[in-house]
Design a protein around this ligand. Structure first.
Ligand code: DHB
Length: 386
């Protein structure tokens, strides 16, 4: 009797331990509230859709996604990352809505040897901050350089740049300016409004006074609607000033609400909800059904972040040690809703098509309609250093 009890207790203990060992926790840190909340909303929906479509079982393990709100404050991101690793035994961290929050976790990723999958932030240098960082979003040089080339080829000669005053904005300004000047173009002024609570009106007034052919803009996801409203109010469109930029300004989360001022705005980016492929049509339909709103590039970054993690866990046959997972992520290739993508094994950054798009009305809705493709662009910042 005693022996039987002991055996069943042992069996119970063993099965509990086995069940716990079968759980694989991924910690996702996002701005769910505050100025960057649309990024959190889109990223959460993208990651959850991937799991809903592919199930939570991977290589015999059960994937658990824990989502935490850092309000886009780097000190909170760092604390949450520590708690996720230490208390929740997260084997990988994911998300990071803005560059400073991705930077904040880099030393921890290195120390814990835990993959940091950056699915939103887009300053080029991020992946160099830890050998455990992999990115499924994009880089600002990747999107800004093709915009300069397109503008020059299409008769734009004088530009004022307006970028949010922090790392990705500086990247956008630098890469647009260097490329456009090399092509033969002229930069009349470089303006940097603050990231926090921006009022673009005085900056747009200054830009208008410079009489450029076009304004090149980078503002982070979520700030585009206000920028566009003030662009209209300050009369730049009426004065014949074109608006060009990276696709963050005509973000799919907001573009449909921007009104006619957005019509004709040309941007370069890696994702449009209007992208014409069977994979994207299925993705958009499922996403809209689950959430009641349109996916933007943040949703796709997170969807692909989950895809990359699933791929790595399959490849390691369920082994969760960081170096093995990172090794499996290097060189991974798959078909994303945005088109074909690949993780550059040398830089751990994403290689992808950049599309030139124009805002047009389709069935009464505003979309970024792609009309040119620059295939499989590597981050030019890292390419230039070689
Ligand atoms: C970053 C944030 C954004 O919302 C965006 O569209 C691009 C870059 C960033 O902080 O890296």
């Amino acid at each position: 009797m005693k022996a039987t009890l002991l055996i069943s207790a042992l069996a119970l203990g063993a099965s509990l331990t086995a069940a716990q060992a079968e759980d694989v926790t991924v910690g996702m840190i996002l701005p769910m509230t505050g100025q960057q909340a649309s990024t959190g909303k889109q990223e959460k929906a993208g990651a959850e859709l991937y799991m809903a479509q592919h199930g939570d079982k991977v290589a015999g393990k059960t994937v658990k996604l824990l989502i935490k709100d850092d309000t886009a404050a780097p000190d909170i991101t760092k604390r949450l990352a520590q708690e996720l690793i230490t208390n929740d035994h997260a084997v990988a961290l994911m998300g990071f809505g803005i560059t400073p929050t991705a930077f904040a976790v880099a030393p921890l990723a290195t120390e814990a040897k835990a993959p940091e999958i950056v699915t939103a932030a887009a300053t080029a240098v991020i992946t160099e901050k830890s050998p455990y960082i992999v990115r499924t979003s994009f880089t600002l040089p990747q999107a800004s350089k093709p915009m300069a080339d397109w503008a020059w080829k299409n008769g734009v000669k004088k530009v004022v740049t307006i970028v949010s005053d922090y790392a990705p904005g500086i990247d956008a300004e630098k890469w647009f300016t260097a490329t456009f000047k090399k092509d033969g173009g002229q930069i009349l002024e470089s303006i940097r409004p603050p990231l926090k609570n921006p009022d673009f009106a005085p900056f747009l007034q200054r830009a208008k006074d410079d009489k450029p052919d076009a304004v090149f803009v980078f503002v982070p996801s979520g700030a585009g609607a206000l920028f566009m409203k003030e662009f209209a109010e300050q009369g730049l469109k009426k004065a014949g000033v074109k608006l060009i930029g990276t696709g963050d300004v005509t973000d799919d989360d907001q573009v449909n609400g921007m009104g006619d001022v957005a019509l004709g705005v040309v941007t370069t980016h890696h994702y449009s909800a209007d992208h014409d492929s069977p994979e994207n049509k299925a993705f958009v339909a499922a996403f809209e059904k689950a959430n009641g709103f349109r996916p933007n590039f943040m949703a796709v970054g997170a969807y692909d972040g989950m895809a990359l993690f699933y791929h790595a866990l399959e490849a390691t046959k369920g082994k969760t040690d960081g170096p093995a997972l990172i090794a499996a992520m290097k060189g991974a290739k798959w078909m994303s809703p945005r088109g074909p993508v690949e993780i550059d094994p040398a830089t751990r950054d994403i290689v992808q098509n950049i599309y030139v798009r124009k805002v047009e009305k389709k069935n009464g809705q505003l979309y970024n309609v792609e009309f040119e493709t620059i295939p499989m662009v590597k981050d030019p910042f890292k390419a230039a250093k070689k």
